[in-house]
Ligand binder design. Structure first.
Ligand code: N2P
Length: 340
């Protein structure tokens, strides 16, 4: 039996027997500090079962049944609306959150949930190109990732909106396009690039880039910052000329959760500036917590991979939820690309 399934099974069984309260938290990898869980457990007497995922799609596949055993998940902004509409999310009770003021102004009324009724912004970032400094000329655009010299040492993210988004931006189109003709052209780009790819990879990119196995990768800033911290002389990160995605991952409570009060306590604990600061310092992420940002050491606060300048960010484009029809078309195309 896979370890994750085992953990959930155990959590559900323990809940049924009425042992010490526990909270089941399912998060992206590298999104908490080593002491985060322990601090919460010590303070509250609650046991936390914690496991990680590598994409929204992986998380969604698990919680879709409404009977997954998880209480808290971290969907990206473009997944909040669809998950709410599928009845998967429980409303946030703002009265139970004492630390909401810590959010940076930009994340107090995010477009995907302006009243913070369904989620609280957690981490944000950009997607760009992580590459070996030895690669000359250095990649500067998405189009540079269709280059024969990268054959076998190139990766793209294992993520439908990211890959179709990069292909659309390469074609000077919006990464959120739902236009069937534009999407067909994007699919053709992805299919043309596939023979050059080593794999579609997410967090694993970090170790492979540090080891020097990869020349260039489509990567989240978080992953890139961790890789660069491990090999600063070898690796660098570029925000593509054609434009690039911005994302924000949010903490949300599942409707199936029977521990909503505990879940709110967990969220309020994550919102504490000290908790958020410790997480960012340990993981090299960019927090939606403005108060934590003030506490960060300069090498993180001034890291341009995590916190690009306002003028650079103005070239970025937020992911948006897709209408059902284009969502289905995109999913079908992604299946074709992956299986081609
Ligand atoms: C890093 C998590 C990146 C999240 N493991 C991208 N939404």
């Amino acid at each position: 039996m896979n370890r994750r399934v085992f953990l959930i099974g155990g959590a559900v069984a323990a809940g049924a027997c009425g042992r010490s309260p526990r909270l089941n938290v399912y998060n992206w990898s590298d999104y908490i500090a080593p002491g985060t869980i322990h601090g919460f457990e010590r303070e509250t007497g609650v046991r936390v079962h914690y496991a990680t995922y590598e994409s929204n799609q992986e998380m969604l596949a698990k919680v879709m049944t409404g009977n997954s055993g998880w209480d808290v998940v971290f969907p990206s902004g473009d997944f909040i609306g669809p998950m709410r509409d599928l009845g998967l999310l429980a409303p946030i009770d703002r009265q139970m959150l004492t630390n909401l003021d810590a959010l940076a102004p930009e994340f107090r009324r995010p477009p995907w949930d302006p009243e913070l009724r369904w989620c609280v912004p957690y981490m944000h970032g950009v997607t760009g190109v992580l590459y070996q400094r030895s690669l000359r000329p250095a990649p500067r655009s998405w189009a540079d990732l269709w280059d024969e010299r990268l054959r076998g040492r190139l990766t793209m993210l294992d993520d439908q909106p990211e890959v179709l988004g990069a292909c659309l931006q390469k074609l000077q189109r919006s990464l959120n396009s739902g236009d069937p003709g534009e999407l067909r052209a994007a699919r053709a780009e992805a299919l043309a690039q596939k023979p050059l790819l080593r794999a579609y990879l997410n967090a694993e990119v970090r170790d492979q880039a540090v080891a020097g196995d990869l020349l260039a990768s489509q990567a989240w800033a978080v992953t890139a910052a961790q890789a660069i911290a491990a090999a600063p002389a070898k690796l660098a990160f570029a925000l593509p000329m054609e434009g690039f995605p911005r994302f924000c991952d949010n903490v949300a409570i599942l409707r199936e959760s029977r521990r909503r009060e505990l879940a709110h306590r967990w969220i309020d604990y994550l919102l504490r500036p000290e908790t958020a600061e410790a997480i960012v310092a340990a993981t090299h992420t960019a927090s939606a917590n403005g108060a934590a940002e003030q506490l960060l050491p300069p090498e993180i606060r001034e890291n341009p991979v995590l916190y690009p300048s306002a003028s650079e960010l103005s070239r970025g484009e937020w992911f948006e939820s897709q209408p059902l029809e284009s969502q289905k078309l995109r999913d079908r195309m992604w299946t074709e690309i992956k299986s081609s």
